[in-house]
Write a protein that binds this ligand. Sequence first.
Ligand SMILES: Cc1cc2nc3c(=O)[nH]c(=O)nc-3n(C[C@H](O)[C@H](O)[C@H](O)COP(=O)(O)OP(=O)(O)OC[C@H]3O[C@@H](n4cnc5c(N)ncnc54)[C@H](O)[C@@H]3O)c2cc1C
Length: 422
Amino acid sequence: MAAPRIHVIGAGVAGLAAAVRLAQGDQKVVLHDSAGHAGGRCRSLFDSQLDRRIDNGNHLILSGNRAIRDYLETVGAADSLTGPADASFPFRDLKTGETWVVRPDEGRVPWSVLFGPGRVPGTRLGEYLRALRLACAGPDETIRDCLAGSGPLFERFWEPLAVGVLNTPVETASAKLLWPVIKETFGRGRAACRPLMARVGLSESFVDPALDYLKAKGTEVRFNDRVRALNFGDERLDAIDFAGRTETLGPDDRVVLAVPAWTAADLVPGLDGPREAHAIVNAHFRLSAPPTSALPLVGLICGTAQWVFLRGDVASVTVSAADALAAEANDAIARKLWPEVRAALDLPADAGLPPWRIVKEKRATIAQTPAADRRRPPPRTRWDNLVLAGDWTATGLPATIEGAIRSGFRAADLVVTSLSSA
Ligand SMILES: Cc1cc2nc3c(=O)[nH]c(=O)nc-3n(C[C@H](O)[C@H](O)[C@H](O)COP(=O)(O)OP(=O)(O)OC[C@H]3O[C@@H](n4cnc5c(N)ncnc54)[C@H](O)[C@@H]3O)c2cc1C
């Protein structure tokens, strides 16, 4: 009997993680993506305007992201991330020019916060203790319900962190979703919260090494291979319709559907997952030279720019929950953000607008509200041979690379379990 084939549909990080885990177990995998490349919402591209390779958007990773670590180790890219030597998060207030650094303590107990020296300027002990409310946030509580009114710490730390992680305004973002991130990083001390980013590019870390690994394992990778429809029987998925051909599934074949929430909702009958999304805008500026003393990552408050990342001579700015900004013209966005980047990097006040590129991801992630979180489906479906993966499925985590990879691993494990019990 022919070995079962496992079709992984979608080669974003969730689909790649599923394919890698399956190939690692010597399963016969076919990976399909509608685009001409892999990576989905996490990829690099060459920009001719800047004459540089850039990412579709800055992606911040924390050293406590254990699924990312496992994935990168498996595909041989564990050393492809970089970041400041210690776990430090420098911030600047764009209104006052004030700067400070959030430096998590070595151990689990934040002694320096409790006794004073590690506190954000102007904040008091009670504001930090209030953060414990996140641990027992109810399913309907938003970040603002849970943490606002706690004083300057909200504006100077929680809001920039929460908007960056959840890509949702604090008034509507689910508080429950932020807690696992805090627990797995800040809650485990300094070693788990070092900020990391791709040294060369997202594709060089998350995509190309995975494709090389899959190739070496004999995985068939088919780009420009859009799934148009799924043909369901009563208990099984019978066939996959691609543009111009139909693939009939054998009795032991399995499918991992790792497409975005809105595509999955169109393909799977009755799937009532989250559909609302928020935009992320990234502005990339090519500087005249790499700044010598600037930090690789700076958080900004009281402006439009939220986080500035520096890679060589390219400064990239992230604005999350940016639906209104994404509606503005690109040159207006570049002109609005450049003075803020100049301040963040301590560049001369007369430094003129350098070459720039704006990348708008209008559906960067699902809106991570309490209501949307309730609609995130588990990976199992009512069809024996179909499982779901993707950052939008019920991972218990926000829609991030870490969540996407965990969902891919979980989907692959479910497939293997179902094959072994078939
Ligand atoms: C600008 C931006 C900044 C971000 N910043 C961060 C960050 O700082 N840290 C972090 O951890 N996360 C960040 N994220 C989120 C992170 O990128 C996503 O959570 C992750 O990439 C989602 O991966 P995925 O595989 O679930 O989905 P996707 O990447 O969307 O992959 C789905 C794949 O399915 C394919 N597909 C779609 N329809 C079909 C079809 N009909 N047939 C076949 N294939 C199809 C698509 O081409 C795509 O490749 C950011 C996202 C964006 C956009």
